[in-house]
Write a protein that binds this ligand. Sequence first.
Ligand code: 0X9
Ligand code: CA
Ligand code: ZN
Length: 496
Amino acid sequence: MKRWVVAACCAFSLAAGGVFADEIKSLVRVKKLTSKQITALVQQGYDVAKEGQGYAEIVIDKSRINEFVNKGHPVKVIIDDLDKYIQDVQAKQTKSDRYFTYDTCTAQLKKWAEEHSSICRVESIGKSCEGRDIWALKLSDNPEKNEAEPAALIMGLHHSREWPSVEVPMATIKKLIEEYSVDPEIKKLVDSREVWFVPIVNPDGLIYSQEKSRYWRKNRRKNANGSYGVDPNRNYGYQWGNVGASSSPSSDTYHGTGPFSEPECCAIRDLAIREKFQASISFHTYSELILYPFGYGYNIPNPDQKIFVKMAGDMARFNDYRPQNSAELYPAMGDCDDYLYGDRKMLSFTFELCSTFIPSASQIDTFNSLNVPAVVYLIDKAGTYGLVPASGDEELITSLDFDGGVAAIEDLVKLFGADENIAVRNEALDKIEKICQQVANLVNQDLKNGSSETYEALKKIPQAGLALSYLRNRVIFDNAHGEFYREDILNELKNS
Ligand code: 0X9
Ligand code: CA
Ligand code: ZN
């Protein structure tokens, strides 16, 4: 260990730890803390794993626990020696209950791509600090083509020690692939979306956490002062800064030398720019939360707040997690969601899975089954709510088929139809109008071709008033210009 590094550091980076890899780390619950004090701890670079009513759970050098006690904050040790604890979890894995490693995950992704090449393919979206491939699996019909379909991005493992965050994306792929050939609903979902999975954003970190220091959080960048690691969830380039993020390389929330200094974050950025996603989930552990932007400061206005609250609330029904704004947890600059929403206008969510970093492997099936349905929901809603923000562009709307258009109308009119806030409503209304025009066009086309099926279906949708009135205008116009319509339908529309 280079002890001189410590002498050169300020007192606060000492508190943040991370210089001595051989220090024993504990997970402790520090009590009698106000939420202001907890935010201050985050601000000072403490590795806060969970925030609760009057307490915080913190990863800290075992030798420093008493500093809290001495300041009048009772401490309960949850895990005395994190490294040993996680080694035990690892040792007790069975053949069937087992966390993915970088190698087993890579092999599984490649196997799926090989065996199901008509609906998925694998691509390396970049290299980690240590030169490993960051693998992505694309799931969609015609996976080689970039089609005008709503797109979603599902990420795991920004943070090394958060192994369950790899499992949920992998379990979602498995479900969608296996059910594709037997469940028409799943087939329709996969065919009408482009879903990208990046189960391991930080490969070097996962390997380090599984083979060396189990509580490791960051990536494995070798910093200029000899310490290791940048926090990938503080390195994104939207509102990159010092709130809830540290400029000390040895801190566990070190934000790097500049925005997007880390290749892992660049890989996600470049994929997002290329694929123009509408929605995303970034999985982490722990705390059983569903977080949404903005997270870089308190009370930052979010123009799409209403959609975020609705979707987070709906997803929380599957897993019973708590939906909340991420700054309310604690403000932190440079996280993934703020970039994906702030810059790319995606509906970006962070899930804090489980109630500890790495639960026993026997719980993998349980947390998967709680969370996979929420992912499927997000993939679906990328094509309805996802059309409202700027990422839901014109081309997506004019490519909607009848079912996709109707689903969007139903969701959006329900959410915005009765909104008394004119500003919020107008923004969404602009998109709703375009979707209704698209649906009216499709139905009009069907009527001209002699099919009234979509027309009859549209009439049954309670939210379809606007689409029907567009249809009426169009039919009357086209009829006046010599198009033929069935007499009864023409009269019905004229009199409606
Ligand atoms: O601090 C993080 O990066 C996330 N929690 S974790 O314990 N997995 O490290 C939460 C980030 C939420 N975003 C903001 N609060 N801005
Ligand atoms: Ca496709
Ligand atoms: Zn995390």
